[in-house]
Design a protein. Sequence first.
Length: 165
Amino acid sequence: MSSEIICKIEVLCRTRAEIERLISVFESCTLPRESWTHQAHLTVGLWYLIHHEKAEAANLVRRNIQKYNLAHGIVTTKTSGYHETITLFFVDVVSRYLSETRAGSSIVELLRGLIDSYGDRNLPLRYYSKERLMSWEARTRWVEPDLKPLDELSPSLSLVEHTAS
């Protein structure tokens, strides 16, 4: 699969067609592993949450990540592979983001805002201790945050902390 066919996720999908192509190659498990980045994960979550209710979107994200991992030989171990809590954490983040954004925005605008506000892949560590988040229990099922509740999720927090350091 050539890099021209799918959007360069490191840069961000710039058109609806690029986003649709990313979803297609992800679902068919033909997305190159090096393109399965955090931004690609967020793009997939955004797509599913726009097109499905939250519970169904979460199931689709979970099922398709596991299918993709299986197709690429990615085994879930204590230190790598599919992570249930991180997946559901970001499904919740994207869902909250969508509930707070203005109606009528294009999916490209929504994706840009999502990445700008919540694109930090270390965001879960503001809510979970590393020990809890990296536990086998958290990898295999949802666990609640132990540092602060998700109700305190703030988009500006991500940007402020990175520019201040």
